[in-house]
Design a protein around this ligand. Structure first.
Ligand SMILES: *Cc1c(COP(=O)(O)O)cnc(C)c1O
Length: 366
């Protein structure tokens, strides 16, 4: 007889699950460090007070106050908003609702956010991996031909980890071409850093556009696990049937409502301005550094760059500095740096200087 761990569970697993490699999120990698610039989190932390809730009762499945506040914030109707456990649950909900296992497919434009593939793999939905280059440079006809019969087309905008943006006109044209055959899902996790680029206004004219949003990035609430799926009722009605019965805890709803007060939205916007300014400074440092061969100029609270020598990442860890390494375009010497506070970015500068032996302290004062 084998040990209880052997055999049985393996035999029971569907092939697509047995083949999964564990998703390594920024936080699941047990790294040790003191400065965390690897998960695109906000450096700002606000303390929230709970307001005496009746936790003996099940929560409102879709807390009205939060839905109302978020719909006001983005300028859509409350019926066009579904609240989820992070934008990640929105991604999963769309795949579970619209894709039939072992039959349907989704399209993505790589390199892009890892959860689209993970979700497709876990639900045994095929992945049509197209390129960012096609999305950015290709003609709409060409893009839509290559999308083929994919049911969902994920456009991460701005794109994580490249920061690239697709214009609203192009998104609209793709949606028009794919009407009746696919949903165009615009993941706007970082849109607060370039709010004028949002595709939300397209919801009025395109029944097959979905916009994903989160409180994890600019709103500085990654630990709260709150996201929103914005779309027209013909898309949201089936989603609501698939959604877990009580997805949002009373405690989460309480804090989300506070985060969406007028004062807190104004504060978020000020923080975005500061982070965008710090980002420009970091970009300059990177462009001037001999240790860096390429800097991707893009939107979002992160900068992605290619290092001259991959060993620089190990040196950063030794200095307690944790950033996110990436393999992009077949090369494993890329790094994504999240925009932290001023002190944290000074640590990045010190690391950069240590790589080249440069000691240009004057740049600290910029
Ligand atoms: C961070 C991120 C998300 C996930 O957001 P949660 O709301 O924390 O689940 C979704 N999409 C992209 C592109 C992200 O970078």
């Amino acid at each position: 007889m084998g040990s209880p761990q052997d055999g049985l569970a393996q035999n029971l697993l569907p092939k697509n699950i047995a083949n999964l490699s564990a998703y390594s999120s920024a936080k699941s990698e047990k790294l040790s460090g003191s400065t965390w610039l690897n998960a695109n989190e906000s450096p700002y932390n606000r303390e929230y007070q709970l307001s005496g809730q009746a936790l003996n009762r099940y929560p409102d499945p879709q807390p009205q106050q939060v839905i109302q506040a978020y719909s006001n914030y983005v300028g859509v109707k409350p019926e066009q908003v579904v609240m989820t456990r992070g934008a990640d649950e929105g991604i999963e909900l769309l795949v579970r609702t619209f894709c039939q296992s072992a039959k349907d497919s989704i399209a993505i434009f790589a390199p892009t956010y890892g959860m689209y593939k993970v979700t497709a793999d876990t639900h045994n939905v095929a992945l049509n991996t197209l390129s960012q280059e096609l999305l950015l440079q290709g003609e709409v006809d060409q893009i839509c031909t290559q999308v083929g019969d994919a049911k969902l087309v994920f456009i991460c905008n701005p794109n994580n980890p490249t920061g690239a943006l697709v214009g609203q006109d192009k998104i609209a044209a793709i949606a028009a071409r794919l009407t009746g055959s696919a949903l165009v899902v615009v993941d706007e996790a970082y849109i607060e850093f370039c709010p004028e680029q949002s595709a939300v206004s397209l919801l009025a004219d395109y029944a097959n556009i979905v916009v994903l949003r989160t409180l994890s990035k600019a709103f500085a609430l990654a630990g709260l696990r709150t996201g929103f799926t914005l779309a027209n009722e013909s898309i949201l009605a089936p989603l609501r049937k698939v959604l877990a019965p009580y997805p949002v805890s009373t405690v989460v709803a309480d804090i989300a409502a506070q985060a969406l007060s007028t004062a807190n939205i104004a504060s978020m916007r000020r923080q975005v301005d500061t982070l965008n300014a710090l980002k420009s400074r970091l970009q300059q440092w990177l462009e001037q550094s001999d240790a860096v061969t390429r800097v991707l100029a893009g939107e979002g609270n992160f900068v992605t760059l290619q290092l001259k020598d991959k060993n620089a990442i190990a040196i950063a860890y030794q200095q307690g500095l944790v950033m996110r390494p990436f393999t992009l375009y077949g090369e494993d010497d890329w790094l994504r740096i999240s925009i932290g506070n001023e002190q944290e970015l000074k640590e990045v500068k010190a690391w950069l200087d240590s790589l080249t032996g440069s000691n240009n302290k004057a740049l600290f004062r910029n």
